[in-house]
Write a protein that binds this ligand. Sequence first.
Ligand SMILES: [Zn+2]
Length: 254
Amino acid sequence: MQLKHAALVIVDISGYTQFLRQRNLTLLHAEEIISQLLESVIDVAEFPLTLNKLEGDAAFLYAFMDDDYEKVAKDILKQTVAFFPAFERKAAELSQDTAYCDCDACSHISRLKLKAFIHHGEVVQKKIRQFEELAGESVILIHRLLKNGIEANEYLLLTESFSTLVDTIPELKKESRIEEYDNADPVRVDVYFPPAKIPPLKTQSYTPQKRSMLMAQTKRLFSHALDKSKADKFKHIPNKKVGVWAYFKDMLGS
Ligand SMILES: [Zn+2]
């Protein structure tokens, strides 16, 4: 057993529980969708950030901070921010793949949102066979934070002890809060919210003809507006539906 400094990260997917009707097919598909979304996030994680375990709709990751706390913390923050566009990309992909199925799970993928929590503290490291078991107050604290008073369903939460190790993210709206718990100390946190989304076009109200006309007009408009050099600049943006987090990730230069 060893006492070590670590950054602890939990990613949590929410959005289903409120409306899924308890049907076998729906539950099966919900399970599959959640695990694919979690995988898409975990796949982005790189050493030193390591998966510890899956916990239902959430995943628990950690990174030991042996020497330079701030350097590791910055890396972990950057990686965690990158989880959001990875999640959105996968959700868009799954929405397309499951378009044939009208079960509650497949038709409500767009309601699924990602929350991420990061804490820094000491953990007790135990090795049981090949498994890394993490224990201690810090592990309890980050799990406790999953239940909080934040009303949004998509955010990045940093505890104060982690937040002091990194720069603030100027592009995002930040809220400093204190989460209170029965029988436990209050926790100071900084919560970052994604920029407000541009409401999508209400495609339903367009006939297919009107829609394709609109698309053609938009394309023409863009080809006029963007000369070749500008068009090249956008080459790296994948031709998939991605949300605001992708642009934010771009800003961080990852
Ligand atoms: Zn389905």
